[in-house]
Design a binder for this molecule. Structure first.
Ligand code: G3P
Length: 229
């Protein structure tokens, strides 16, 4: 029952809608994340699809994030993801405005507020340092910088666009030094993680490099060990 705490530096594994990470396969990956986390002491969370959240929470100790919530409350909101339901399922946090589920600025602000009201840790995704500067005042626990063109390419943001990572760290910390900065897109190895940490990131948001790997355990071990250094 998702008892491991979210800590920084953090590896947040987004399971998206990948076939390799849907249903029981989401549970399997979360078990792998739990094992690697326990062996290395590095915090590793997973973000399954909404339909899989409760099952993953109940089957593993890994902290679980939603991929999205809506800024609604109980009532007439057919098809929305209710923050209270995600919190009641035992989730630790939520992604907000992932580049594959982009929200406007006012919706991001409202969603961060709703997440905090139900004690979900909000991680807001942005594509540029400027956008990081714009969302930092909303008080998310973390901002994740991800240039969309590198997502799923295996070309790591920390090496291909280092200035975007360091720029986001600078922009966000200038507004509120308590907001953590993660980076993501194309991260597949410990080397990519080490480069990200050097640029000031306090963790990574990763998907295909882990989910589509032949050996997700080996990849996560590599990422986690690089984070410990
Ligand atoms: O949410 C993480 C994601 O967008 C990065 O994807 O596949 O490049 O690790 P990927």
């Amino acid at each position: 029952m998702a008892s491991l705490k979210v800590d920084f530096p953090l590896i947040l594994v987004n399971l998206k809608t990948y076939r390799e990470a849907t249903g029981e396969k989401a549970v399997k990956l979360a078990v792998v994340a739990e094992e690697v986390s326990k062996r290395t002491g590095v915090s590793i969370a997973v973000a399954p699809q909404a339909i899989d959240l409760r099952m993953v929470v109940e089957a593993t100790e890994a902290p679980v994030f939603a991929q999205h919530i809506d800024p609604v409350g109980y009532g007439k909101y057919t098809g929305h993801v209710l923050p209270e339901a995600v919190a009641d399922a035992g989730c630790a946090g939520t992604l907000i405005s992932h580049s594959e589920r982009r929200l406007k600025l006012d919706a991001i602000e409202a969603t961060v507020k709703r997440a905090k009201e139900v004690s979900l840790l909000p991680v807001v995704c942005v594509d540029t340092p400027e956008r990081g500067r714009a969302v930092a005042p909303f008080g998310p626990d973390a901002v994740a910088i991800e240039p969309p063109e590198l997502i799923g390419t295996g070309i790591p943001v920390s090496k291909a666009r280092p200035e975007v990572v360091s720029g986001a760290v600078e922009a966000v910390k200038a507004i509120d030094p308590r907001v953590k900065v993660l980076c993501g897109a194309g991260i597949t190895s410990g080397e990519d993680v080490a480069a990200a940490m050097k640029l000031g990131a306090e963790g990574v948001l990763v998907a295909s490099g882990v989910v589509k790997a032949e050996d997700p355990y080996g990849v996560l071990m590599d990422l986690a060990k690089a984070m410990r250094r």
